[in-house]
Design a binder for this molecule. Structure first.
Ligand code: SAH
Length: 243
């Protein structure tokens, strides 16, 4: 039996937002590998082995998946949202670089609905023009780089999506982000806090940067900041398609 590794995105939370392609891979799998809360989203069935691991061990987890597949297992590595967005797909290729003996394995990446797109759809169309996505966690990059990218994005008038807005190691960082944005974009700019999108705990709130406070975000929140043309229409927020 020949093994394979598929890295799959489970979407933002709701089962309705898991793609049929991902469901089919899960149905064929012998082994599920991933961060504890994501593995918990996969329905148990006889013969399916679940390997849940803690956060911050992504590359070891990916190496384990490669080893299981090399021994004949059909392995799905699960991520939330899309696996290519601040998630396991890049960790898998990092592990593969370090283990060239596995490069002939059957490896696939299956996309999922990433948090910023699920959140944007709920809000209206805040990412309707050019935008960028920034991971505010400083686990894997220096804080100075985050600030430099924020300034450049504001300067370029991109709408922005922030993942991991309040990292455990630096909870004060998000207060600094709001300050920097107020300086760069002014207090009237719209900002949307979208928490636990597509789950029963979903909460969305849009305020101006002047009204925004750090406590409006936590690690289950994706934050969307408009560009200079982003505005409200009724209860919606949208960014016009033209500059
Ligand atoms: N691969 C994931 C992102 C992983 S980083 C994706 O594509 O969505 C984890 C961050 O994603 C969280 O800190 C939060 O900012 C965001 N996130 C994930 N699921 C979310 C949800 N249902 N609602 C809001 N934000 C979410």
């Amino acid at each position: 039996m020949s093994g394979w590794v598929t890295v799959a995105g489970l979407g933002p939370g709701s089962d309705a937002l898991v793609t049929p392609e991902v469901s089919a891979a899960l149905a064929e799998a012998t082994d599920i590998v991933g961060y504890i809360p994501y593995v918990a989203r996969v329905a148990a069935r006889p013969g399916l082995r679940l390997h849940a691991s803690d956060n911050r061990v992504e590359v070891e987890r990916a190496r384990h998946a490669l080893e299981l597949a090399a021994a004949g297992a059909r392995v799905v590595i699960v991520s939330s949202g899309d696996p290519g967005v601040f998630a396991m797909a890049a960790a898998l290729f990092e592990a593969l670089e370090a283990a060239p003996e596995h490069q002939q394995l059957d490896i696939r990446v299956l996309p999922g609905i990433t948090a910023m797109l699920a959140a944007a759809a709920r809000a209206g169309a805040p990412l309707g023009h050019d935008f960028c996505a920034i991971n505010l966690s400083d686990n894997l990059k220096p804080w100075a780089l985050i600030e430099a990218r924020l300034r450049a994005a504001a300067q370029a008038d991109f709408a922005m999506a922030f993942y991991n807005p309040r990292s455990r190691s630096r909870p004060e960082g998000f207060a600094r982000v709001l300050e920097l944005l107020r300086e760069a974009c002014g207090g009237e700019r719209l900002i949307t806090f979208a928490r636990a999108v597509s789950t029963p705990e979903e909460q969305l709130v849009t305020v101006t940067l002047a009204e925004a406070t750090p406590e409006m975000a936590d690690m289950r929140t994706v934050v969307l900041v408009g560009n200079s043309a982003t505005r409200r229409v009724g209860r919606w927020v949208y960014t016009p398609r033209s500059a």
